[in-house]
Design a protein around this ligand. Sequence first.
Ligand SMILES: Cc1cc2nc3c(=O)[nH]c(=O)nc-3n(C[C@H](O)[C@H](O)[C@H](O)COP(=O)(O)OP(=O)(O)OC[C@H]3O[C@@H](n4cnc5c(N)ncnc54)[C@H](O)[C@@H]3O)c2cc1C
Length: 490
Amino acid sequence: MHAPKHIAIVGGGTAGWMTANLLRHRWARLGVDVTLIESADIGTIGVGEGSTPFLRHFFRTLGIAERDWMPACDATYKAGIRFPGWSEVAGYESYVHPFFNEADRELGNQFFTNACLRRRGQAADANPQDFFLAAELARQRRAPHGPGMDYAYHFDAGRLGAFLRTHAIGLGVRHVVDTVARVEQHENGDIAAVHLKTGARVAADVFVDCSGFKGLLITETLGEPFHAYRDNLFNDRAIAMPTPLLDGEDIPPETVSTALRHGWAWRIPLTTRYGNGYVYSADFVSDDAAERELREHLGPAAEGVEARRLRMRVGRVKQHWRQNCVAVGLSQGFIEPLEATALMLIQLSVERFIADLESDGFGRARQAAYNERVNAMFEGVRDYVVAHYQLNTRRDTDYWRANRANRKISDRLASLLEVWDRGGDFEAELERHGAGLMYLRPSWYCLLAGMGRFPAELRAAPQAITASQARDRLKQLARAFGSHRGHLTA
Ligand SMILES: Cc1cc2nc3c(=O)[nH]c(=O)nc-3n(C[C@H](O)[C@H](O)[C@H](O)COP(=O)(O)OP(=O)(O)OC[C@H]3O[C@@H](n4cnc5c(N)ncnc54)[C@H](O)[C@@H]3O)c2cc1C
């Protein structure tokens, strides 16, 4: 087996440092050198503060304990995401997409039963916020931490980058602060070296493009085409604005994603502040009007706070691994941050790259299969995110009406919605699409039921359990969990 001798990573954002850690951790024993080049003149995107539970696996792989990284990154626990304002259906104006826990087994099954009853026109309570432990822990500001619990994190993006940088350098990653000014290619199109502003030349066998939205290597150098998701996902702008967390204020262990007039606003609690932002579409609202709306939404906490305006390139490159270059992070693609999936896609892309290179004896035979797999992951996440917009029932703006009316969705998503709506065999439909969905059965039920996607006319029927009985049971279960703030400061 011939491992690459030298891998050069261009970019020192979260993607660059996650990649550097994973590659060096895995291949240091094979003598693989890793160099990371980042520009002091070009900043990182500076957002990206929520994760999925996959990030736990990332830190476990590297052998980094929560007590070592969480305080250094102002990190908090995340039990799930709450979605107020996406639906106008009575009783379903807000719902939760929880991370699922062992303790959810009993009530979770009763939720699935009720959702199916209601889907078929029988009056049963089926808002996930009444049935899942994560929702109760968030209401009570308790830490979703303990045996059998699944959870994710919130963190300060800048601090996480700094932490990962220190760790990677400790693993032996070479860190170069300089700007790539020119890229040198071999005759066969492979990248031979990057030339830096100070005159240095860095040659390598494999290059990883972590240069952000512009895709310095994959797009600007190799010319890989970009497959935009514009037909499916309208949002292309964001405004970020932090607000203070008051001293002693309880810390909610959840992200809140509130629908506004032309998009949605995130609220991410850290131990020191809230991260907030508005994700919207420039086709429907101006940047100034969006900023005004966000300030209004945040209230007095936003007074005097500077806003950061960002543009988003939503979609993915067609081939993430081309020639001797693999693109990771914003350079490979981005799905708007509604389900906070970008770091998960970074991690899964790098893990698959490692597995495929190793299984092929460090050749390139698996390049096509790799690209197919990564594209399938992107499309799986995209469909789940698009479903939120399809299911919205807001009537206040053209933005929400256009999202609901948009028929340019994948055949897979169209089929899932059709089977759900006609009361067909949804379980079989989920199974038919298998792992390609990325999101599993409970997530689809929570989204469809949580938005109140049910027939308007309902017949009375015996149900598995009422919402108030379920809530009483959740309160009992939640007693075993300590306060979120207490857990973070213990
Ligand atoms: C509004 C918004 C909200 C988001 N929310 C989430 C979230 O909740 N959860 C989540 O997982 N993700 C989220 N993301 C995505 C997340 O921010 C990114 O996936 C993540 O930060 C990785 O970015 P990156 O490292 O690819 O790029 P960047 O952070 O842009 O880093 C690019 C790096 O490349 C370097 N570079 C560029 N050009 C050169 C050059 N010529 N020479 C040398 N170096 C160069 C820069 O110096 C920089 O270090 C969000 C993104 C946006 C836009």
